[in-house]
Design a protein around this ligand. Structure first.
Ligand code: IPE
Ligand code: IPE
Ligand code: MG
Length: 269
């Protein structure tokens, strides 16, 4: 106790970390009220990691972890909307995830198609605007069709903006932006020396979306794995040890509380 108070006084980083134990006995309404007392992140991005390990720990095939993860994504988006978050970006499938065994990739694609087809009505009803970011040229036709269906159906919604990153990679996204800008330069539409950060931003999949304020990675790994590498320049990173299918509304609130304790200086003093 004394040691904790001492380090709070003298160690700058101590005050920022949310001590989960401090909130163990608190109910969700208490956490919501705490979160409501400070500024909410406008845009929360989540690296939903740990589905495979979650399944394996229970002796289940990895794909059942992905199925559980899909349901969790829906639950967390609804909760984010309820607490007033405006933009959510979820990392669903990376440009590197094609390296996984064929069986897992195919299973994931089928789950995705099913998710987009079945949950469509639900998504429309709760006012979410769904947009998929990432390459579209490598997705199976049935997945692409299902995606476009949901995007069209939710186009007029404005409750919460949900970006689903599918066949998404930050390097791939930047490479494409560079290609488009080079094309414009060759056509004389833009001068190379006038290319600005705004030009680059507006050629990314996330054009028009504010950068994430908070990036949460579940599953215990502490890396960015090619997610929003341009947009995350000044995002606050919070790592949770919880495997994605076990991630709860409480865990999201704890991540936001941690974000709210950070001092965002943006290079200034
Ligand atoms: C994240 O869970 C979902 C995808 C990458 C598609 P993982 O499948 O990476 O789960 P772990 O990291 O192996 O537990
Ligand atoms: C990141 O998780 C991608 C998604 C969550 C979709 P990975 O499991 O693919 O990341 P690495 O391989 O551990 O870096
Ligand atoms: Mg993983």
């Amino acid at each position: 106790m004394l040691r904790k108070a001492f380090s709070r006084l003298f160690c700058g980083t101590e005050k920022r970390a949310v001590d989960r134990a401090d909130y163990d006995a608190k109910d969700i309404d208490y956490l919501k009220a705490q979160v409501g007392r400070a500024k909410l992140p406008l845009h929360v991005a989540i690296i939903m990691d740990g589905n495979g390990r979650w399944a394996q720990r229970q002796g289940l095939p990895r794909l059942s972890g992905h199925a559980a993860g899909g349901g969790k994504a829906e639950e967390i988006v609804k909760f984010a909307q309820e607490i007033g978050i405006k933009h959510v970006t979820l990392y669903v499938f990376s440009t590197e995830n094609w390296r996984r065994p064929k069986y897992e990739v195919e299973g994931l694609m089928n789950l995705l198609a099913e998710m987009f087809e079945k949950r469509l009505q639900d998504l429309v009803e709760y006012g979410a605007r769904i947009k998929v970011i990432g390459r579209r040229d490598r997705l199976p036709q049935h997945v692409l069709r299902a995606i476009i269906g949901v995007e069209d159906k939710t186009e007029a919604n404005a409750g919460i903006f949900v970006n689903l990153a599918i066949d998404y990679g930050g390097r791939d996204e930047i490479t494409r932006a560079v290609q488009q800008l080079a094309d414009k330069a060759v056509l004389g539409e833009i001068k190379p020396e006038s290319i600005s950060e705004e030009h680059v931003s507006s050629h990314l999949y996330t054009a028009g979306v504010p950068g994430p304020d908070l990036i949460v990675r579940t599953g215990g790994e502490m890396r960015i794995s090619n997610f929003l590498i341009w947009q995350s320049a000044y995002a606050e990173l919070v790592f949770s040890p919880v495997l994605w299918p076990d991630f709860s509304e409480r865990d999201l609130l704890l991540a936001i509380l941690e974000y709210q304790r950070r001092d965002r200086r943006f290079g200034s003093l």
